[in-house]
Design a protein around this ligand. Structure first.
Ligand code: SAM
Ligand code: SF4
Length: 329
């Protein structure tokens, strides 16, 4: 098992498949100039599947989430999903995506064994979408969401980040829309993980702001604690149920004590936390011919370095060198 020195066990693996993306969300990437990972440094499809197999068969991982960058840009995605779904024990498989292109591959992903998707969509207004993501692709995301739901990649979750002065008035509209389409909406607090280092605590929209805004139109009752488990989202029952809305308050109400994550970057580095400043190289071990047991040992050792918390409240907090798009959100 992947146990850290604070007694937490990681059972949830986030695998970044690429650091590239077809959007340029302002809270994630700069407009231009971001250096991509070099092609030879990226794990091959075979290397990814091998590491997932080691994680599932030797290290107790039960859930695998593919992310990026934009994971739908990875040509081998469907094959990777299919091979991971063949593993024994079979992990739960999900994908976090901006939804562009999902219209074309949702059914193939479902057939390959993907269980569900999280699609990121911050606004219902095409003009605001264009400002926020610097690309005019709003309709593509809506098409992708619809296809995911039709393909049965459910529950379809929608991730939204609210940015001051842009879409911070949209929380109730987003929730009404999500309820109408049977999507489970979760708001994510903006974190200091953008490549431009532009995050400011003073300006950010907090979980408290989101809830106050939602309560202008909806009745929200807290979900019982026992239903939350190690999930990062605190969830509220909307208007008496059965629908829920989630808020991931990574900054103002961190959930580090219950964290069950371990992360693998597209270039084969283990990260124990989004905010970690240290990484452990598995690619070198893979490519120098180490057996599975040795790779599992290195991964277990990496987890011993996992910190108690994100360190965001520490005045000496330093943002990791890797931006969100290269970590895998
Ligand atoms: N490209 C895919 C997408 O957007 O869903 C997957 C990768 S993206 C990095 C994963 C999630 O991280 C998205 O929901 C995105 O909104 C979120 N994200 C990116 N930068 C963030 C930041 N600085 N603070 C909070 N969430 C962020
Ligand atoms: Fe791309 Fe996702 Fe980052 Fe937006 S949040 S720029 S879609 S990786």
């Amino acid at each position: 098992m992947l146990v850290d020195t604070y007694g937490r066990t990681a059972t949830d693996l986030r695998v970044s498949l690429t650091d590239r993306c077809n959007l340029r969300c302002t809270y994630c990437m700069p407009e231009e100039g971001l250096q991509w990972l070099a092609k030879p440094d990226l794990l091959t499809d075979d290397e990814i599947v091998r590491l997932v197999r080691i994680a599932v068969t030797l290290l107790g991982i039960t859930e695998v989430r593919f992310t990026g960058g934009e994971p739908l840009l990875r040509p081998g995605l469907v094959g990777i999903v299919e091979r991971c779904a063949d593993l024994d024990p079979r992990p739960q498989l999900s994908l976090t995506t901006n939804g562009i292109g999902l219209g074309r591959v949702a059914a193939a992903l479902k057939d390959a064994g993907l269980d569900r998707v999280n699609v990121s969509l911050d606004t219902l207004r095409p003009d605001v979408f264009k400002t926020l993501t610097r690309r005019d692709r709003h309709q593509d995301v809506l098409t992708g969401l619809h296809a995911a739901h039709t393909a049965g990649l459910t529950p379809v979750k929608v991730n939204a980040v609210l940015m001051p002065g842009l879409n911070d008035d949209e929380a109730p509209d987003l929730l009404a829309w999500a309820l109408a389409h049977d999507y489970e909406l979760r708001f994510i607090e903006q974190m200091p993980l953008d490549a431009q280092h532009g995050w400011q605590r003073d300006g950010m929209i907090t979980a408290g702001d989101v809830l106050a805004s939602l309560r202008t139109r909806f009745d929200l009752a807290p979900e019982p604690d026992e239903e939350r488990g190690s999930a990062p989202a605190e969830r509220w029952i909307v208007d008496g149920g059965p629908h829920r809305v989630g808020v991931i308050a990574s900054v103002t109400r961190p959930f580090c004590a219950a964290c069950d994550r371990t992360r693998l970057t597209a270039d084969g580095q283990v990260r124990t936390c989004l905010f970690a400043r240290e990484e452990t190289d598995l690619r070198e071990a893979l490519r120098s011919g180490e057996p599975d047991g040795e790779i599992a040992r290195i991964w277990r050792l990496a987890m011993r370095g996992k910190k108690a918390g994100s360190g965001l409240d520490d005045p000496a907090f330093l943002q990791p060198d890797r931006p969100m798009s290269a970590i895998g959100g």
